[in-house]
Design a binder for this molecule. Structure first.
Ligand code: SAM
Length: 284
């Protein structure tokens, strides 16, 4: 069954009386080149288990299952289940979980489904929860090695910006703390049904094997990042003294030892400088 053929898709959806939910970010891929590219770039292959978030009618699920040993997919919309039974009938290596990814016990799911396999995440993410899903996957420290996801073009730019530039934000630092993000390719709005108002891009994040900092340092690091970016137009010393109560003088001297001026703002600091700053300012 060709799940990128508009006629076929209309026929399946029509027979099941399915209507798209805008609220659930339902824009299904109809460009036949996109899903194979996501699967091929997303570690779907022998020896791998792939977690998919949001199956739609299974167009990406199928490409993942053709390549990986196992696919487990979390889909919130129960109306899609009878459709998936039909579209994925030929596969015996796919398990669908009818759950909200934000509430699902992903650790238990991964343990149950992917024992002995390397684990990757691949998805065309629903736009309304792109950042929360990515941060959930990263912060939960799940045993996953890569996250390859389609997101809005603007989100991709922010996620893959260089830390220490004006294009970066708290999410850029968050992603770079846990791994290395890079943009793989752009996808135009015409590649979806229904077509959204924005273009998209596929990004891949390779996760670090070891944490950069201890648990306590990590908490402090993210307090600094949150405080700095919530007042990004202010100098870092002003932001940290008003939000975290750290004396300006301490911030000045920490910035000085990193070769930065007293008027530095958070968006000017590289990942290494942010990490160093954390170690200099944390109370031991
Ligand atoms: N993978 C399909 C494709 O590429 O055509 C569908 C992608 S569509 C952008 C997003 C999918 O995520 C939809 O099927 C939607 O129902 C599902 N979804 C939305 N919110 C979700 C949530 N909180 N948990 C799990 N799935 C969700």
């Amino acid at each position: 069954m060709e799940l990128t053929n508009i006629g076929t898709v209309r026929d399946i959806l029509g027979r099941h009386g399915f209507s798209f939910s805008k609220g659930l970010g339902q824009n299904f891929i109809i460009d036949p080149t996109v899903c194979p590219r996501i699967a091929e770039n997303g570690n779907a292959g022998p020896g791998w288990g792939v977690l998919e978030i949001g199956t739609g009618i299974g167009v990406l699920t199928k490409e993942l299952a053709l390549r990986a040993d196992k696919v487990a997919a979390v889909e919130i919309d129960s109306r899609l289940l009878p459709i998936l039974e039909e579209t994925l009938a030929d596969f015996d290596n796919i398990r669908i979980y009818n759950e909200d990814v934000m509430k699902c016990d992903l650790r238990a799911l991964i343990e149950k489904e992917f024992g002995g396999l390397h684990v990757a995440v691949c998805a065309n993410l629903p736009y309304y929860i792109t950042s929360p899903v990515i941060m959930l996957l990263l912060e939960s420290r799940l045993p996953i090695q890569s996250i390859t996801v389609m997101v809005q073009k603007e989100a991709a730019q922010r996620l893959c910006a260089k830390v220490g530039t004006r294009e970066s934000g708290a999410i850029t630092v968050g992603v770079n703390y846990y791994g290395t993000p890079r943009k793989l390719f752009g996808v135009s709005r015409g590649s979806f049904m229904p077509s959204p108002n924005v273009d998209s891009a596929v990004i891949r994040i390779d996760l670090n094997k070891e944490p950069r900092l201890s648990q306590e340092e990590e908490t402090f690091f993210f307090q600094i990042v949150k405080s700095g970016f919530s007042q990004r137009r202010k100098t870092l010393s002003n932001a940290l003294s008003s939000m975290m109560g750290i004396e300006k003088q301490r911030v000045y001297s920490a910035l000085g030892s990193l070769g930065l001026s007293e008027s530095a703002r958070i968006e000017q600091l590289t990942m290494e400088q942010l990490t160093e700053l954390t170690l200099l300012l944390i109370d031991k």
